[in-house]
Design a protein around this ligand. Structure first.
Ligand SMILES: [Zn+2]
Length: 288
């Protein structure tokens, strides 16, 4: 077997279980540093999987949303938190395209004059229309003469099986000078993996929806290959100490009022992780 991204044979078994599938394994490439699942779904399996996506999401303990309105309300807090981290990359941009916009909770935060959404799920796409000038079902439907100042995607890039090809599609729709791509992805340096090696977490974390889990290094390779220049990397820690203690003590996520009382919001803990680059989340910003 070779790395699906760089074709190197220099691979290491990283974990021997993938959530919800039999005989799934996780490998890490010694050449490009990508962590990837094997086997990976083919086009038909992927179509079938996404048709039952709500079912999978429900099984993972995230309540399937009854309506776009409900999903939207649940998404707003995360959208605001995200915008607080990256708002400066949107300042002054005339046009923004969000890929995988869901109901438009992030687009709603923006004040840029021209905003567009790509969202495959029809009901969410229709809902996002109130925050977007135009909404498309697929990147291929976005006219190439719309040159955006910023293209962004949050927890989308790790779903994409051919990331270089995908970035090239983005590039065709990006302002050729100073156009910007802003992404947010899960980071393989997540402390529950890299610091604590929590098996229960890894069993849950590696999932068929994410053929890849990126690191700063693998993002550099992928974006570089697509012809984009790195502008900034932001390590961001979303989950706090109490969540980590739950994983370590009970093998599952959750809160605990007693621990919360002792450790508070754990801001120092998060900051320490950020200083080491051992965070659950990465923002990567690149430019044309
Ligand atoms: Zn590789």
């Amino acid at each position: 077997m070779n790395c699906p991204l760089c074709n190197s044979a220099q691979l290491q078994l990283f974990h021997d279980q993938v959530w919800s599938i039999d005989d799934g394994k996780v490998f890490r490439c010694g050449q490009c540093d990508i962590t990837f699942l094997s086997p990976v779904m083919d086009d038909e399996q992927e179509r079938r999987f996404y048709r039952q996506y709500n079912e999978h999401v429900k099984q993972r303990g995230v309540a399937a949303s009854g309506s776009p309105q409900e999903l939207h309300e649940k998404s707003l807090a995360a959208a605001r938190e995200r915008y607080a981290v990256i708002s400066r990359f949107f300042a002054g941009a005339e046009s923004v395209l969000e890929i995988g916009a869901a109901t438009g909770a992030f687009l709603q935060q923006l004040e840029n004059p021209f905003r567009c959404a790509v969202e495959p799920a029809q009901d969410n796409r229709q809902f996002s229309g109130q925050f977007a000038n135009r909404a498309f079902a697929d990147i291929e439907e976005v006219p190439e003469d719309l040159k955006f100042d910023v293209i962004c995607m949050f927890h989308v890039f790790e779903h994409i099986r051919r990331p270089v090809e995908f970035l090239q599609k983005c590039l065709l729709r990006l302002r050729p000078q100073g156009g910007r791509v802003v992404i947010e992805v899960p980071n393989i340096a997540d402390p529950l993996i890299s610091l604590y090696g929590c098996t229960a977490f890894k069993d849950f974390y590696f999932q068929p929806m994410h053929p890849y889990v990126h690191s700063v290094e693998s993002l550099r390779k992928v974006f570089g290959e697509a012809g984009l220049r790195e502008r900034e990397v932001i390590c961001y820690q979303r989950y706090g100490l109490v969540n980590h203690l739950n994983w370590l003590a009970k093998g599952k996520p959750g809160g605990n009022p007693d621990w919360q009382r002792i450790f508070g919001d754990g801001q120092d803990y998060k900051e320490a992780l950020v200083r080491q680059g051992l965070t659950d989340t990465l923002f990567y910003v690149a430019e044309t």
